[in-house]
Design a binder for this molecule. Structure first.
Ligand SMILES: Nc1ncnc2c1ncn2[C@@H]1O[C@H](COP(=O)(O)OP(=O)(O)OP(=O)(O)O)[C@@H](O)[C@H]1O
Length: 295
């Protein structure tokens, strides 16, 4: 499999004193969907702008399909849907698509774009009358008009209701079937897991495969034991001193790699109710990692 994007030892900061990307290396394979997760301000949009050639890194090398990202070659083969921007208010959806299409030598047929982005119902509406989710679909269509090989989608599902999000996901999976390379940023792990072949986390200036994060490996896959109990937390902690226990009201949660001995003690020594044992999902492990301030 060929690489679509290669970043080697990228360093960048908006201010010299505060590096945002530090020694970042990343290779994205062609024909796959890659998701980048990360906290607000981690640098996801900045990273995409570097891949688009809109921002030059302080040092390091960027190659997109083997070419510099600001080359004409890349401009013709890369499409981007960035976070909500503005467009002239009184132009109709169909006119926008036709206009952006006219910039490309080999545009995607208009009907294909309209159907992929499910814009059939809004073609005669002007930009100012579209809902947030409908605007997102229009931005997606504009990113797609040049029939690009690589598509960047920066938080594409923001502002979308459940149905629109499902439709967007279908559109992204359709792109994958056409062997396009998709890079999307998202705050929703569920979205990333549903769509992506590769889950990456941007933190402390570097990109890491989600499952390669040591702290995540420590908390995933663990069992979660949930129960209600009217005893005070301190009583349970005294009885189970080495256990990762949290409490909300009378609802207790224990995270453990060895649930059996704990279950045995809970059932024989305490008056516990509503007992549930479940493996921790990747989403819960990821959120727990984020909430601990490690990401
Ligand atoms: N043009 C700029 N000048 C100075 N600082 C900037 C500029 N653009 C972004 N930043 C700062 O750089 C950091 C990274 O911003 P960026 O938008 O890349 O993060 P992000 O991971 O995409 O965040 P979010 O999830 O909130 O969209 C933030 O602290 C932001 O305030």
């Amino acid at each position: 499999m060929n690489s679509a994007i290669d970043l080697s030892n990228i360093n960048f900061g908006y201010r010299d004193s505060n590096p945002l990307l530090a020694g970042l290396n990343l290779t994205l394979q062609q024909g796959q969907v890659h998701a980048i997760l990360g906290q607000n301000g981690a640098g996801k949009t900045t990273l995409i702008n570097i891949m688009l050639g809109r921002i030059k890194p302080t040092s390091g090398q960027v190659r997109v399909l083997g070419h510099p990202p600001d080359s004409l070659f890349c401009r013709q083969r890369v499409g981007a849907m960035m976070q909500l921007g503005g467009l002239p208010l009184h132009i109709k959806v169909r006119e926008f698509i036709e206009l952006f299409s006219s910039y490309h030598q080999h545009p995607t047929p208009l009907d294909d774009i309209i159907s992929l982005c499910q814009l059939e119902g809004f073609l005669q509406q002007t930009f100012d009358t579209l809902s947030g989710g409908q605007k997102q679909r229009l931005f997606m269509a504009i990113a797609m008009v040049g029939d690009p090989d690589i598509i960047f989608l920066d938080e594409p599902s923001v502002g979308m209701d459940v149905e629109s999000r499902q439709q967007l996901w279908q559109a992204i999976l359709a792109l994958k079937q056409q062997n396009k390379t998709v890079l999307l940023t998202t705050h929703y792990l569920h979205e990333a897991e549903t769509l992506a072949d590769e889950l990456l986390v941007l933190r402390e200036g570097k990109c890491t495969n989600l499952t390669d994060i040591p702290e995540l490996a420590n908390i995933y896959p663990r069992a979660q034991i949930k129960f209600t109990c009217d005893l005070p937390e301190v009583t349970l902690l005294d009885a189970l001193p080495m256990v990762n226990l949290s409490v909300e009201g009378n609802k207790f949660t224990i995270l453990t790699n060895e649930p059996n001995p704990i279950l045995q003690r809970l059932l024989t020594q305490f008056d516990v109710h509503n007992l549930q044992v479940a493996p921790m999902s990747l989403e819960e492990a990821y959120l727990s990692l984020m909430n601990n301030g490690n990401a």
